[in-house]
Design a protein around this ligand. Structure first.
Ligand code: SF4
Length: 345
């Protein structure tokens, strides 16, 4: 397998924009390739590059606001391929792809999918090129296979950890989802957001994994956190400081609803929302964080309820007598602000 970064685009941008400095950030799995790319830029063009050491989990982790602070005038955000090509004033998205093939694991999965009739396909950024071959192979085995619609942020059938808007509309039409790729994080999100049986096809471990159990653990914990938060009198409402996660409008709305329902609210702002960062706020009994929903849905180590936006909606529903419903089953768990200034391809 080779992880491939679109270096041609990087060198083209450098020739066009002639930057004096470049800020680069990439997810952990691409750091080795990113360092090689930086060495090539410095050797060939003599331009200083800053590799950002902070976490880079998603397209929300762009560094546009920090570019000028570092004396730079170009930012490369690597590996979160999207329809959006540019974000903010300086940032360009640089695609990364994985050339691993799925033929063998798809062949192995056919008996599993034969128990269903209509299959929805989904994947994450690095495996988008495998969707069409996978569709053909499953169809040749007699299955009805559907792809999700491209939109203003995501390519067809692409999902992020908080955005399932390409495939959600077909969740009523299909019987199960087939998720291409090794990322349980992404596949479990699909299972939760669609409520459908979802199978992860991992070409590296040559495994088909049913996401049912993992999804159920997260769903139950998410519900429990909402009920635990119902008793809290003092809430911390945390607005994320990461560029793509600043949900000020949602923070204001949730704060207002909590206050209308007799709760005291303390407004907080944080870049990283972790048990350590929340620990000093001992008087706060529960938190709502309007940044990355996966902090709450997958974060099992908080000592008090820390609700994501969908959970906060469920909490407000309970407080106001409407019930909570299937609050995780929705096309997006947050509206990434990354998509606000798109220059799309
Ligand atoms: S907010 Fe969305 S895109 Fe950003 S890290 Fe969380 S799941 Fe990923």
């Amino acid at each position: 397998m080779t992880l491939w970064i679109d270096e041609d685009k990087v060198f083209r941008l450098i020739r066009e924009r002639k930057p004096k400095g470049i800020v680069v950030n990439a997810p952990g799995g691409l750091l080795r390739q990113t360092r090689t790319l930086i060495e090539k830029i410095e050797a060939e063009y003599g331009i200083p590059c800053f590799l950002v050491g902070d976490s880079c989990f998603g397209i929300c982790d762009t560094m546009d606001d920090d570019v000028t602070k570092l004396g730079a005038d170009l930012a490369l955000h690597i590996g979160h391929n999207a329809v959006v090509e540019e974000i903010g004033e300086f940032t360009h998205l640089i695609d990364a792809k994985d050339d691993v093939k799925f033929d063998a694991i798809i062949e192995k999965s056919i008996p599993t999918f034969k128990q269903y009739k209509r299959i929805g396909l989904a994947t994450f950024s690095q495996h988008l090129d495998e969707l069409e071959p996978a569709k053909r192979q499953l169809e040749a085995a007699g299955l009805e296979v559907y792809l999700g619609r491209k939109n203003n942020l995501l390519f067809e059938s692409q999902t992020f950890g908080c955005d399932f808007s390409t495939i959600y509309p077909m969740s009523k039409e299909v019987d199960a989802f087939c998720y291409l790729g090794e990322s349980e994080f992404h596949a479990v999100g699909v299972a939760l957001a669609t409520g459908k049986p979802t199978y992860l096809l991992d070409p590296y471990l040559d495994e088909i994994r049913d996401m049912k159990e993992e999804a159920e653990i997260r769903r139950k914990r998410s519900i429990l956190a909402v009920y635990n938060a119902l008793d809290a009198r003092v809430f911390g409402v945390v607005t994320g400081l990461k560029e793509g996660q600043k949900m000020l409008g949602r923070s204001r709305w949730i704060s207002k609803r909590l206050e209308m329902n007799g709760r005291k609210v303390v407004q907080l702002a944080m870049r990283d929302i972790t048990p350590d960062r929340l620990a000093p706020f001992r008087d706060i009994e529960a938190f709502v964080q309007t940044a990355c929903p996966r902090i709450s849905i997958d974060g099992f180590t908080f000592d008090r309820p820390v609700l994501s936006i969908p959970q906060a909606d469920a909490l407000v529903g309970l407080m106001e007598g409407r019930g909570m419903g299937e609050f995780l089953e929705r096309p997006k768990w947050i509206e990434l602000t990354t998509g606000l200034i798109p220059k799309s391809r």
